[in-house]
Design a protein around this ligand. Structure first.
Ligand SMILES: [Zn+2]
Length: 179
């Protein structure tokens, strides 16, 4: 394993999509973890990347999608409500002015002072300028409007964010259009 690690540490950190036994997307793990799971018989490989990985004794294609051998019951599709996940959902774009690439904060659409809650539908990514402009008001009172209605993301939405060009083999499993 030492050689394998030295040869391709970055390859072994490549993201692998993990599907439930019924092909429902569950999570993303590293290729290293996926290969361990294959050897333990916990998952089967569904799709591969083009890369081949070598160890002293084996050469195998790098898995890109694996599927659990046994169905696991998932407790809902809860994505944890965190500042980081709000920013991710909104793609680091101010949900009022649409600016990107500036420092962002989290805005309560209905301010806390007016009993606005910490929920997916009341929190949005917001630039500091809009946040100052809005103050403790609701958007229309300050002449601001939201680009879109904030939604609670599903597990599938969450995983879709990991999809780059090289993860095109994931797309059918995440209900995304082929490219
Ligand atoms: Zn803004």
């Amino acid at each position: 394993m030492r050689r394998l690690r030295r040869n391709g540490n970055s390859i072994l950190n490549r993201e692998v999509l993990v599907l439930n036994q019924n092909y429902h997307p569950l999570q993303v793990c590293t290729a290293k973890r996926a290969i361990c799971l294959v050897y333990l018989g916990k998952v089967v490989v569904v799709e591969n990347y083009r890369n081949i990985i070598h160890s002293p004794s084996i050469a195998l294609r790098l898995p890109s999608v694996v599927r659990l051998d046994e169905y696991v019951h998932v407790n809902g599709s809860e994505i944890v409500l965190t500042r980081k996940n709000i920013l991710k959902r909104d793609k680091h774009q101010c949900q009022y002015c649409g600016r990107k690439s500036v420092p962002m904060t989290i805005d309560h659409i209905i301010p806390k002072e007016r009993r606005g809650k910490d929920t997916w539908t009341n929190l949005v990514c917001c630039c500091h300028a809009c946040n100052r402009k809005k103050g403790n008001r609701i958007p229309h009172e300050s002449g601001l409007s939201l680009l879109k209605k904030p939604m609670k993301p599903t597990r599938i939405h969450y995983i879709q964010q990991f999809v780059k060009k090289e993860q095109s083999s994931w797309r059918p499993y995440l209900y995304m259009e082929p490219i």
